[in-house]
Design a protein around this ligand. Structure first.
Ligand code: ZN
Length: 347
């Protein structure tokens, strides 16, 4: 696993994530004690990026040269157990990162493996040849990244628990024993209400780490400049701040229940530039206005009390109109100061 030296070092070990210092510290301590983690935060704030950078911190590891990165000390997959894997190989941490998308259709068999009925007839129901290992095996010595784990059916949660607790799983008449030597990183979106509740027993196995929206205008700006596409058109610093601040204001808006993510800010940045390019000028308020509906309307959801009076489309149009007026009259001269002042509410 990740060395203590690395985890306690003063360097920024998660350079791909800008800001989020408290979260990074939480992660360091969770990793130091080798705890399984669930990252909680709205979509588009970098949960996947964060998990991948954890994988990059893992040291190279010698594993069996099989599809499932079996440990050389305790091979687990059917081929290795049958002694058919002769070679070993060195794998980087990021090559031991396995991503599973949580969904109500996901079965324990998808994750753990299944018995091929035709081969079972041919070789016998308990034969190694009949067993097709599932994705979880590939996370051996690495990271099992489980996106939106709260979307999984309870049966799968239980199967996963058994693996984490006992290092074995039961599929049909099979009891598969394999060393559960992987780090589990799940994610959950706290605003997602369409999901199954995770059982208390399940939650009890994990530490929750919260990720908020970018803490300040400056941090969000740095993210946009790093990750957003830059088109061949001038976008002044002021216009960039105008769009970011608009998204940040929407996040604070009490009428909005589903808030726009960083992806929304990125979208606004890219589409405003594209509009300016088509219009043959540098980015103006007008170019931002043209992008607002298409980028933001589907990304926000108004509270029921507001929703029945106005659509999110109308709402955004009105809000942006008011906002543009304020910008034109120079009322929001210092975004940064206002933003600092409001910052406490972002988490
Ligand atoms: Zn193997």
């Amino acid at each position: 696993m990740i060395t203590t030296q690395k985890l306690v070092s003063k360097e920024d070990i998660f350079p791909d994530i800008i800001g989020q210092d408290p979260t990074k510290n939480q992660l360091r301590t969770a990793l130091l004690t080798q705890r399984h983690i669930v990252l909680i935060g709205a979509p588009g704030i970098g949960k996947t990026t964060l998990a991948k950078s954890i994988a990059r911190l893992l040291p190279d590891e010698e594993v069996m040269d099989c599809e499932f990165h079996c440990s050389i000390h305790a091979p687990a997959c059917p081929l290795c157990r049958a002694g058919k894997t002769k070679q070993k190989k060195i794998l980087k941490g990021e090559d031991r990162f396995v991503r599973v998308q949580g969904s109500p259709d996901l079965t324990a068999e998808d994750l753990l493996g299944d018995i091929d009925p035709i081969k079972a007839l041919q070789f016998g129901p308990l034969s190694l040849e009949a067993f097709t290992p599932g994705k979880i095996f590939r996370a051996n010595q690495g990271i099992l990244f489980f996106d939106e784990v709260n979307r999984c059916p309870e049966r799968l949660q239980n199967a996963l628990l058994q693996v984490l607790e006992e290092g074995k799983a039961t599929i049909g008449s099979y009891v598969l024993e394999f060393p559960a030597s992987f780090l589990f990183i799940g994610t959950m979106n706290p605003e997602d209400s369409s999901t199954e509740k995770l059982s208390d027993v399940f939650l009890d196995r994990f530490d929750m780490i919260y990720l908020g929206y970018p803490e300040s205008l400056d941090i969000e700006k740095a993210i946009v400049l790093k990750k957003g596409k830059k088109l061949d058109v001038i976008c002044s610093d002021h216009m960039l701040e105008v769009m970011i601040y608009f998204v940040r204001m929407l996040r604070q808006d009490e009428n909005i229940q589903r808030k726009p993510s960083v992806r929304a800010t990125l979208g606004l940045y890219e589409r405003s530039q594209a509009n300016a390019l088509l219009n043959g000028r540098e980015v103006t308020l007008e170019d931002i206005r043209e992008a607002v509906i298409s980028v933001l309307a589907h990304r926000i959801e108004l509270k029921p009390s507001v929703k029945y009076l106005r659509s999110s489309l109308e709402y955004l149009r009105d809000e942006f109109k008011k906002y543009s007026e304020e910008i034109r009259q120079n009322k929001l001269r210092s975004f940064k100061q206002t933003d600092e002042h409001e910052r406490g509410d972002f988490r």
